[in-house]
Each structure stands twice: as structure tokens, then as C-alpha cells.
Design a protein around this ligand. Structure first.
Ligand code: 5GP
Ligand code: ZN
Length: 136
């Protein structure tokens, strides 16, 4: 993709702080980290999101996520991290070349998980589950 920032980083046409690279994937620091060490794990093939990426590419991506997550934990001396992958503009995806975020977490970083709200009753949750079941 000619206008894709991540493809340009892969081709070394744009700079990035690369932390790992192999035949199929590249991992580099986010330019706007949520915490120091916030790393993006990216396949070298251009695919947009989870649904449109071949399973073989996702497998390579996951192998690298596991390897890089270990490095992020050790290198940044943190005990946890969030592995996040945004799909669609409504979900906050800004770069439409699939990537996983590895975000190191600190006990005092102030980030809060979204607050869940229980279903109003069992009939409602059953109806929701069935909608998804029928669509898979
Ligand atoms: P998204 O919102 O698409 O899931 O995440 C996009 C990520 O790419 C964000 O972490 C953002 O800071 C990062 N990013 C956007 N442009 C650049 C860039 O030019 N270089 C690097 N290294 N990261 C970028
Ligand atoms: Zn791309």
C-alpha cells in the first residue's frame, strides 16, 4: 500500500525505533506511547484488520507478540502489559495496517479498564448471545 505509514516503515522509507524484526514481522515503538516501551507488532504483509488477515499471518504475528512481550516485560522491568488490537475507526483504529499494541503497565499509571454494566436480565443476555451464535 503506497500511502500506508507502516508499509513505509517496513520498507525503511520512514524511520522507527525498531526493537525486533524477522522475515514476517517487525516490531517498533509507538510514536505516541501510552507508557514508555509501548510497542507495535506488525506483519510485513499489508492487511487491514483481524478479519481480513489470513490465519497464517496471524500465527506469525502471535509468535512475535509472545517473543516481544517477554522482551518488553524484561527490558522495561514491568510485571504486566496489555495486548490490544483495534478494529475499525469506531474502535480507535487509526492505522489501517493490522498491528498489536504491547503496552507495559505500571501499578500507578492511572489507566482504568472500561466499566462493565450487567445485562438487565438473563433473557436479554440469551437474546444477545443468540444473535452472535446465528452470525458465526
Ligand atoms: P491504532 O489506533 O491504529 O490501533 O494505533 C496506531 C498506533 O500507531 C498508535 O500507537 C500510534 O501512536 C502509532 N503511530 C502512528 N503513526 C506512527 C508513526 O509514524 N510511527 C510510529 N512509530 N508509530 C506511529
Ligand atoms: Zn501497510
Amino acid at each position: 500500500m503506497d500511502d500506508c505509514i507502516f508499509c513505509k516503515i517496513i520498507k525503511k522509507e520512514l524511520p522507527a525505533d525498531i526493537v525486533h524484526e524477522d522475515e514476517h514481522t517487525i516490531s517498533f515503538l509507538s510514536i505516541n506511547p501510552d507508557n514508555d516501551g509501548h510497542t507495535l507488532v506488525v506483519p510485513k504483509e499489508h492487511h487491514v484488520d483481524l478479519i481480513t488477515t489470513p490465519v497464517s499471518v496471524l500465527t506469525q504475528l502471535m509468535e512475535t507478540c509472545q517473543k516481544v512481550a517477554k522482551g518488553v516485560m524484561k527490558g522495561m522491568e514491568v510485571e504486566g502489559y496489555n495486548l490490544i488490537q483495534n478494529n475499525g475507526a469506531v474502535a480507535g483504529q487509526v492505522i489501517f495496517h493490522i498491528h498489536f499494541h504491547i503496552i507495559p503497565r505500571l501499578s500507578d499509571d492511572g489507566f482504568k479498564h472500561w466499566k462493565g454494566i450487567p445485562y438487565r436480565d438473563a433473557a436479554h443476555s440469551k437474546e444477545v448471545a443468540e444473535k452472535i451464535q446465528r452470525s458465526i
